[in-house]
Design a binder for this molecule. Sequence first.
Ligand SMILES: Nc1nc(=O)c2c([nH]1)NC[C@@H]1CN(c3ccc(C(=O)N[C@@H](CCC(=O)O)C(=O)O)cc3)C=[N+]21
Length: 286
Amino acid sequence: MTAQLIDGNALAKKIRAEVAERAAALTARGKQPGLAVILVGDDPASQVYVKHKVNDCETSGVRSVLDKYEATLSEAALLARIEELNNDPTIHGILVQMPLPRHIDPQKVIETISPLKDVDGFHVQSAGALMVGRAGFLPCTPYGCMKLIETTGLSLKGKNAVVIGRSNTVGKPMAMLLLQANATVTICHSNTADIGQYTRQADVVVAAVGRRNVLRADMVKPGAVVIDVGMNRNDEGKLCGDVDFAGVSEVAGWITPVPGGVGPMTRAMLLVNTIEAAERAASGAV
Ligand SMILES: Nc1nc(=O)c2c([nH]1)NC[C@@H]1CN(c3ccc(C(=O)N[C@@H](CCC(=O)O)C(=O)O)cc3)C=[N+]21
């Protein structure tokens, strides 16, 4: 292994400590930050993630409210609960865990969350703010990826960055953040003829597809920064990313592991957004 490991667990821990200080300051003024997490159905992966998020809140002094519903919950009932949380002054962030059962329209759910409490950064208003460079909540995963890239000390200005994947939650906002940092950005996706042709020119590659071995050693420029957003299981049921870690780490300059890379940072940035929302509310800015 020649690449240096980017330690997402360590950075997330540091960020949680900073969040804890800001949370304590708010709590001392009687304004403890609060995050509502809504889980619908019993998807096992979602259960694990949500438990992590609630634990993170506890260690950072953020109050969390966990609403668990049966998979049969009606869309109308979910929207009504969100409205209630929108109007609850003790709640500063609202997260509805995805995926939702098929009879519930996720876009409708997201648009019902007040943009002031949209700590996932999934609302069209948040997406629009990012697009035009205005203040708004950044989606947690791309936000965390930018923090991970920062730790390498690489300046993105004038560099080539390739994002593999074009989801609304990761790929698209990731490309926008890299563009804002003055990188030259390429988005590759399922219709891209030869992804390696692009990634071989890239100083930074962010892989966010959701499939194993999307990025292999022969596709990477020596010394490149490689950020692995993937969260997959291999044949042995072990958690693995989109990057062939063993191969790519012989070529890259920096690489994030899975687990212990982007995942913990996604959760850390959720706390940052929640604190940000609570501070804005406390300052009467909203
Ligand atoms: N409204 C909403 N917001 C989300 O942010 C959201 C979502 N829905 N639905 C599901 C995805 C997935 N996601 C993860 C976050 C952290 C880890 C994470 O912390 N992973 C650990 C390992 C966890 C394990 O052991 O399973 C790691 O990479 O080290 C994983 C996955 C957030 N998501």
